[in-house]
Design a protein around this ligand. Structure first.
Ligand code: GDP
Ligand code: MG
Length: 195
């Protein structure tokens, strides 16, 4: 592998699949010049999604804090909405909603390889919250859900796509979703021109 070449994981979530956005998303990744080295549609089990999202307290608390920050911004009381203002408790609830969301239909899982692939794919994907996602990103162009609406409905924000955030997440998700024989590396025609 090139010194800074990375592998990262993308999941097109059930809303992305059901809205017929698989081709659009694959196309955006390919056009950028990133290499798709594995791709499959699966209907994940609750156990699988539970294993996909981190279980460590730090991640759970971070999700809870993000949710509380949204409540604060829009003037909602977390205790009234969810019965608690404890970040860990709220994070656990959101994590549970994510399991329901990601098992509500099939997902398309992919391995993407490229230089700085983790950051490049996150950039293509855009901010977690559709209202904050830049136009031109997948979430900015195709999603309109909001954390407040999602929290009210006790569900994850419908934002079409998942992408690993950092090296540790990418490594965990790669090993979790794919076995080595499912990954197929090859040269792209442009490799000689782009690098
Ligand atoms: P991502 O890496 O950009 O997908 O964002 P996170 O790792 O922080 O969160 C994982 C997923 O949880 C997001 O993609 C959303 O679907 C969902 N999510 C994140 N924050 C919230 C929130 O405040 N409320 C709800 N209901 N869902 C959230
Ligand atoms: Mg994340």
């Amino acid at each position: 592998m090139e010194p800074k070449e990375e592998k990262t994981i993308v999941l097109i979530k059930p809303d992305g699949v059901k809205r017929g956005l698989v081709g659009e998303i694959v196309s955006r990744i390919e056009k950028r010049g990133l290499k798709i080295i594995a791709l499959e549609m699966v209907w994940a089990t609750k156990e699988q999604v539970d294993g996909h999202y981190p279980k460590d307290v730090k991640w759970i608390k971070r999700v809870g804090e993000k949710t509380m920050a949204t409540y604060d911004k829009y003037g909602f009381d977390p205790v009234e909405e969810l019965g608690t203002d404890d970040a860990e408790e709220i994070g656990k609830k959101v994590r549970g909603w994510l399991i329901d969301y990601l098992t509500s239909g099939p997902v398309v899982k992919m391995v993407i390889k490229g230089i700085h692939a983790i950051d490049m794919v996150r950039k293509l994907v855009g901010n977690t919250v559709p209202a904050l996602a830049e136009m031109g990103t997948i979430r900015g162009d195709f999603s309109v859900d909001s954390p407040i609406a999602a929290n009210k409905g006790k569900r994850g924000i419908h934002n079409i796509i998942h992408a690993s955030e950092n090296f540790d997440e990418a490594e965990h998700e790669l090993n979790f979703w794919f076995s080595p024989e499912e990954i197929h590396d090859y040269d792209r025609a442009e490799d000689d021109i782009m690098f």
